[in-house]
Design a protein around this ligand. Structure first.
Ligand code: PEP
Length: 251
């Protein structure tokens, strides 16, 4: 039986004072959660603050990106070992905003996935199709390509120590959510594709859904058999929303 995970993606939002208020509320509001983990993936500069506030709590934390390189002359980049210094548990890799705005292709994402695992952290690998791709009925091909880049580089066993997030690009930050059945269909496709390589890895892998998950739609999404929680953008910045979503993931 897979446990659930709800991970917040703060994107480029936050501030020392507001983070403290938000995290205090989230810690209190999610105390005693059963069968579900919660995490927040924050901008790099807030990692020391988040580490010190969350270390004594049940909430995990992580980053939203990482360099594929171990170290060197890569101005402005942050290595996975640096993230490990701040006790990150998760690193989001391949978010559609990184793919679209920073031209990260699937091979680069696979290298970032590898760098994350090499440092002992857990990648949250994002995959998902654009609206044009969905309308052109190539959703499965797009997701297969994004997934296969990791499997080809590292082998399917690498997925055992990772989390996947299906995030249809047309649902991110748009208020347009995939229906539970639309999401379930893609989650099942992902799990079946991995099962063709290794049934145990496929059965145990957490596959999150992301894309305009809110307090009022989380429960029906999380009730689907292949949806193991959510990657939450906008709603992770609103304490009541995020707490309700975390509670919806309880067993
Ligand atoms: C995201 O950024 O991963 C995301 C799912 O955003 P939102 O929940 O705002 O759609």
């Amino acid at each position: 039986m897979r446990s659930k995970l709800v991970a917040g993606n703060w994107k480029m939002h936050g501030g020392i004072a507001q983070n403290r208020v938000l995290l205090d509320l989230i810690v209190t509001g999610t105390t005693g959660l059963r069968g579900a983990d919660c995490a927040v993936c924050v901008p790099y500069p807030y990692l020391p603050q988040v580490q010190s506030l969350l270390q004594p709590t049940h909430i995990f934390w992580g980053a939203q990106n990482v360099s594929q390189h171990e170290k060197g002359a890569y101005t402005g980049e942050v290595s996975a070992a640096m993230l490990a210094d701040f006790a990150c548990r998760y690193v989001i890799v391949g978010h559609s905003e990184r793919r679209a705005l920073y031209a990260e292709d699937s091979h680069t994402v696979a290298l970032k996935f590898r760098a994350t695992q090499t440092a002992g952290l857990t990648p949250i690998l994002c995959v998902g199709e654009t609206l044009e791709q969905r309308e052109a009925a190539v959703t499965e091909q797009v997701i297969a390509e994004q997934l296969d880049a990791v499997i080809e580089l590292l082998g399917v066993s690498a997925l055992a120590k990772s989390v996947l997030a299906y995030e249809p690009v047309w649902a991110i930050g748009t208020g347009k959510t995939a229906t539970p059945q639309q999401a379930q269909d893609v989650h099942a496709f992902i799990r079946n594709r991995i099962a063709a390589h290794d049934i145990k890895v496929a059965t145990e892998l957490q596959v999150l859904y992301g894309g305009s998950v809110k307090a009022n739609n989380a429960a029906e999404l999380f009730a689907m058999p292949d949806i193991d929680g959510g990657l939450i953008g906008g709603a992770s910045l609103v304490a009541d929303e995020f707490i309700t979503i975390c509670r919806a993931a309880q067993s």
